[in-house]
Design a protein around this ligand. Structure first.
Ligand SMILES: [Zn+2]
Length: 326
């Protein structure tokens, strides 16, 4: 089961979060694999997308944004686009568009930044957008300030968070075909002067930075294999055995990040009804059926001549679907 755990370091201005996505992640992979047009992701794409899903869940949970957090990577190699959308209730979906061949050992640069044009965008799209209000978007390149390509997604996102949120952040991400997981450590915003309550009160700026650096170094020592295979308690104990953690109620099951896509057979039915009967029947006559793929999750919906008859049946002729009990 997918789970998300939050914690703070007692008396230190540092917070942390760890996410392990299992069912939420494997459902994304299952749908992609079942799509007859695309088939499964190549392994390096699977790893990239899994890391993005874990990062998206951590970032959304970290800022608790009332709307969708959309993490996108626009590539100039075989991976044209990879996107993860995480809603405020932590329901999420993800997809990648791949054109051409991704080598089994392809690096992030080879997949996305072959010509140095790769970009990563984070969009915050408010739930109740006011008229004229634009979603907020921050964009960072997949290279550092010296135009040297960044080797991993966590470096790209750490760069983004330092730039946009002005918060020092350490991310460790990993994914395989069963688990997408991530650890986030963040320095808390500096409290106003004279605020003696709360985290890090009474410590000098240098002290605070030192504490953060120590914890960030511990976090960075977490190996990919450990993040994928160990349970959360073991990871936290191994990394931070000498620190005092305050842990919050974990989010597991209903409240954990989970897969959800807005596509459905009903939605596609309405779209086909919108085409009109003549056009729908033309397509079916020509191609045998109307096939619609959900671009986001890969689900495939097929409507043949019999389905079309049902869709365009005049109102009132449809048999009662379930007898009502009086
Ligand atoms: Zn879908």
């Amino acid at each position: 089961m997918s789970e998300l755990h939050k914690f703070i370091f007692e008396d230190l201005p540092v917070r942390g979060m760890i996410v392990r996505l299992t069912d939420a992640w494997t459902e994304i992979l299952r749908r992609r694999e079942a799509n007859s047009r695309t088939g499964a992701y190549a392994l390096p794409v699977q790893e990239l997308l899994g890391e993005m899903v874990a990062a998206g869940a951590l970032m959304q949970s970290n800022i608790k944004f009332n709307g969708a957090l959309i993490l996108q990577v626009f590539g100039d190699g075989p991976v044209k686009l990879a996107v993860v959308e995480v809603q405020s209730d932590l329901s999420l979906r993800a997809t990648a568009t791949v054109q051409g061949v991704v080598a089994p050992d392809a690096t992030l640069s080879a997949m996305l930044n072959a010509h140095g044009q790769g970009r990563c965008a984070i969009t915050l799209d408010p739930k109740d957008r006011l008229p004229g209000q634009q979603p907020y978007q921050g964009v960072v390149p997949l290279s550092d300030a010296q135009h040297k390509p960044l080797a991993s997604l966590n470096e790209v996102l750490q760069h983004y968070m330092r730039q946009s949120e002005q918060l020092e952040t350490t991310l460790v991400l990993a994914a395989d075909d069963k688990v997408a997981a991530g650890l986030l450590i963040q320095r808390l915003p500096i409290q106003g002067a004279g605020n003696l309550e709360g985290q890090g009160a009474g410590q000098s700026e240098d002290d605070q930075q030192e504490h953060y650096n120590r914890i960030a170094t511990l976090a960075s020592s977490l190996k990919r294999e450990e993040l994928l295979t160990l349970d959360v308690d073991t990871i936290l104990r191994r990394l931070f055995w000498d620190e005092t953690l305050q842990r919050f109620e974990p989010q597991i099951g209903e409240t954990a990040p989970r897969f959800a896509c807005t596509c459905s057979r009903e939605r596609v039915s309405k779209m086909i009804q919108g085409l009109g009967e003549a056009e729908a029947r033309d397509i079916i006559a020509e191609q045998g059926a109307i096939d619609v793929d959900c671009e986001f999750c890969g689900a495939q919906y097929r409507f043949d001549a019999i389905d079309a008859t049902q869709l365009f049946k005049p109102a009132g002729e449809s048999p009662p679907s379930s007898p009502s009990i009086q």
